[in-house]
Write a protein that binds this ligand. Structure first.
Ligand SMILES: [Zn+2]
Length: 381
């Protein structure tokens, strides 16, 4: 294990009815004006919106709404939120949704207290924010684990770039599996695949062998796969949705990353693919991930074999990757780039632009060249 410091600032409220527990216990610490942020309005159809609004009213809060946060939230949307926060002197931001809503709010929170542009500050000057408007997250779509850390993924449309911004960590997170019950099958399984990818990409980062973080990552991967399969039998299985919700949180609360480096090369490729195509995150990963691991197989054989054994009950790396392919197909996730919903036609030339702008990771079993990223993407067509 490498040297590390671990601190966990987010209080988690898990289980049915936990939004009420969280809001009644947490909100009295903050001022009266709350920004209620959400996405496309599905929370208005499943009753969650009314429930949260009622709880905020019971806490005597003045509620300002910020709606329409899109999947792959944009830098422009962040600026829109910052304007509202400043205009209404917001005391607390409550993000209700999935990773997109939560990530957008994390950056709104940090940017609202800065005099300079956060993207320029982080990417040009290498400085990071130390403060933000306090925020909480109520998760209605799980998978990204966004509620558990201060990292956000934002699409900067003008720069044709999608990537991480270090911003505000939620002070509390509500994980109520019943809040995910109306999320459609494809979205649930795409989210679960994102969780699997987070644990897998952490596990494949360079580290000394057989450390405890590897073993925890393998356990999260196994539980994620088992519960994805369980949902194929009964999509309304509340126990399975709850397990996946906690898997998602565990994969991104930093515990798997203790004492080790991480890989995340597949995430870097998918982020740039989405910067050009606005594709679904979990679905993009499901297409790229198996090709990437086949490409680096000879450099990661030992770890892939262990993963095959623990997660898929297979005895070779190759059979483990076949099982990963089977899982993707059984879940009905796309297997080729042209199956993705995309704002642009996906051509070899477009994929060259994606490859050329992909961030290359140095802490994985094999460091790819941009040309090799392009080769992997062409195999995904
Ligand atoms: Zn992800």
């Amino acid at each position: 294990m490498n040297k590390f410091t671990y601190s966990y600032p987010t209080k988690v409220y898990f289980g049915k009815g936990s939004a009420k527990d969280a809001l009644t216990q947490e909100l009295n610490q903050y001022g009266d004006t709350v920004l209620l942020a959400y996405g496309g309005g599905s929370i208005k159809k499943n009753g969650i919106y009314e429930e949260i609004l009622e709880l905020l009213k019971e806490s005597n809060k003045t509620v300002i709404e910020f709606a329409g946060i899109m999947s792959n939230p944009t830098y422009k949307k962040v600026q829109e939120g910052v304007k509202i926060v400043k205009e209404h002197e917001i005391d607390f931001i409550l993000a209700v949704g999935g990773g997109s809503v939560i990530d957008c709010c994390k950056v709104i929170s940090a940017q609202s207290l800065l005099d300079e542009d956060i993207w320029e500050m982080e990417y040009i000057k290498g400085k990071f924010p130390t403060d933000g408007i306090p925020m909480g997250a109520i998760v209605t779509v799980s998978g990204t684990g966004a509620e558990m850390n201060g990292g956000a993924v934002i699409t900067h449309e003008e720069k044709k770039w999608k990537g991480g911004i270090f911003a505000t960590t939620p002070t509390f997170a509500v994980l109520d599996p019943t809040y995910t019950m109306s999320v459609p099958r494809t979205q649930v399984l795409s989210g679960a695949f994102d969780t699997l990818s987070h644990a897998m990409e952490t596990y494949f980062g360079n580290s000394d062998q057989d450390n405890v973080s590897d073993d925890v990552a393998l356990a999260i991967m196994k539980n994620t796969v088992d519960n994805m399969l369980r949902l194929l039998t009964d999509i309304h299985d509340e126990q399975a949705r709850g397990n996946l919700m906690w898997d998602s949180a565990m994969a991104e609360n930093g515990i798997l990353k203790c004492g080790r480096q991480t890989d995340f090369q597949v995430h870097q490729i998918e982020h740039q693919l989405a910067a050009y195509t606005d594709c679904n995150h979990g679905q993009g990963l499901a297409i790229i991930q198996p090709r990437y691991y086949r490409y680096i197989l000879d450099h990661a054989r030992e770890k892939l074999t262990k993963l095959a054994r623990v997660v898929f009950n297979e005895d070779t790396a190759e059979k483990g990757l076949d099982a990963l392919d089977d899982l993707i197909k059984e879940c009905g996730l796309p297997t080729k780039l042209n199956d993705l919903s995309s704002t642009m036609k996906i051509t070899p030339e477009l994929l060259k632009q994606v490859a050329d702008t992909t961030n290359i990771i140095q802490s994985n079993p094999y460091t790819l060249s941009k040309h090799e990223v392009h080769e992997i993407l062409l195999e995904c067509m």
